[in-house]
Structures are given as structure tokens and as C-alpha cells.
Design a binder for this molecule. Sequence first.
Ligand code: ATR
Length: 286
Amino acid sequence: MKNAKLICLIGDPVEHSISPIIHNEVFRALNLNYVYLAFKVPPENLVDAVKGLRALGVVGFNVTIPHKVSVMRYLDELSPDAEVVGSVNTVVNRGGRLVGYNTDYLGVMNTFKNLGIRLEGTSVTVLGAGGASRAVVYALVLSGVERVFIVNRTLERAISLVSEFSSKFPNICLTPMSLTMENLREAIQKSHLIINTTSVGMYPRTEESLVPSELLRSDLVVMDIVYNPLETKLLRDAKAKDAKIIDGVGMLVYQAAASFKLWVGIDPPLDLMFKVAYSSLRQLSG
Ligand code: ATR
């Protein structure tokens, strides 16, 4: 590990993350002298953490819950996509300048592309209005979705996401909703696809889901961006109703691959990334 180059993950929590396992496995396989480490950074330490990473001269870092939006103000520059999405999950140190990117939306688009699912003209219920939700909504806009219901615990956040995106993308119909049973019922009734972008259902609170199972149907596609556990309660409930389910590994791996390319300059082996992701998640879920 002499003179290894450092890439980090900052978030809170980060214990659930398997990004270190995936990236380090690829570094090892490709004989690259890099190391990827995760750091738990609570919101009050975010500014100091970014300063520290800058001072250490890291190659770059990933940003996860709950910093994807708040980190932007501490960066020197944003890529055009990160600017439009309004959230950053990947930072690259370009000669001392910290540049923010968003690769989450690529993760979502590639997941659907890989599964052969076309989204043109569909209606979608998105749960959550944070940084991950913004990336998902951007991917839906680029995929030609007709209508998105954004259902969030804090209505104001859904409203501000909608007003920002509506002014940039007038062709898509975006509806903000608060998280109530009636709103969920209305949105899901009118939707072909549900995507959970919140952390609800993530380990260790694996018995939680925002969607009562009675609202799920066999003709729905249900995706959860939570990947630990592999089958969240939402996905288990959807599967029990014969709906098509999509776990969070696709988004995780495709965003990781795009971030890897930004830091290292080469495409990582996707098959190895998927293999490592699934085997470590299966191990974690016993
Ligand atoms: P990220 O950047 O990873 O998306 P975030 O910006 O903190 O993280 O957003 C987390 C999302 O999960 C938000 O939509 C949040 O709802 P609020 O905007 O009301 O905070 C949602 N969320 C987290 N915990 C939740 C819970 N227990 N119930 C409902 N929504 C929850």
C-alpha cells in the first residue's frame, strides 16, 4: 500500500455501504495502487471533512446520505449534470479544485436499460425528495416519462424539487404530494412504476416500508434504491403481489462504475462489480 492514492466515502450512516468492498476489489483485480475508505461524517462536521479531504489531496470522494445536496456549497465547481440534478454523489480533485458530479442518475438509467424496460410515456411514483430522489427524477425526465408523483414526508421539499425541475423540463408533469395514505393511493393507482429513494427499509430497520402492501398490484414495477437488505420489505411485499421488482444493486454498481471512470480514467469490469456486490450482500443478509 506504499504511496497508495486515496478515495473516500463520506456519509452518515456509512456502515451499511459496500462501496469500499466493490472499489477495493476492482483496484486489487486491476493491480491499481488505490485505496477506498468510508468515513462517518455527521452533518455538523461536513464542512471540516471536505476541508480535510482537500488538504489531504485525495483523488476524490463519494458523498451519500444526508450530504448529497449540502456538500455542493463547499465545492469549487459542478458538472452540468450535477448542476441540473441539484445533488452530488461524486467529487473529483482536479489539481486542487473539487469538482462535483452526479453519477446516480446514470445508475438509474443504466439499470432500466439493462433490464430492457422502456419508460417513455409512463407514470411513476417516486418516494422521497432528497438528493437521491433528484437523480432519479432527472433519469426519469431523460427517459421520456410523462408524469411523476413525488411523495415526501416533508411536503415543502417535494414542492421545491418540483418547481425547480418544472422550470427546467416543462414537458414532464410533476406533482408534489405529502406522505399520506390517500396521496399514496392516488399516486400509485395512476402509476406503472414505484421507486423508493428514501432510506426507509434499510438495515437495521428492515421491517419498514412507506407503502402499505394493499396498494401494490401485479402490473406494477417496483424499484428500491436501498440495497441492504437485497430484498427490502417494499420489494418483498411487491413480490408477494407478483409485481416485477428491481433491487438497488444495479443503481449502486452503475453509479460506482461511472464514478470509478471519473477518478481513475478507465472503465472498471462491471461483471466483477456485480459479482462482488451480490456476494457481499448475500453474506451480510446471512
Ligand atoms: P439522500 O441525499 O441520500 O437522498 P436526503 O437528502 O437526506 O438523502 O433525503 C432522504 C429522503 O428520505 C428524504 O426524502 C426524507 O424525507 P424528508 O425530506 O421528509 O426528510 C426521506 N426519509 C428519510 N427517513 C424517512 C422516514 N422515516 N419516513 C419518511 N421519509 C423518510
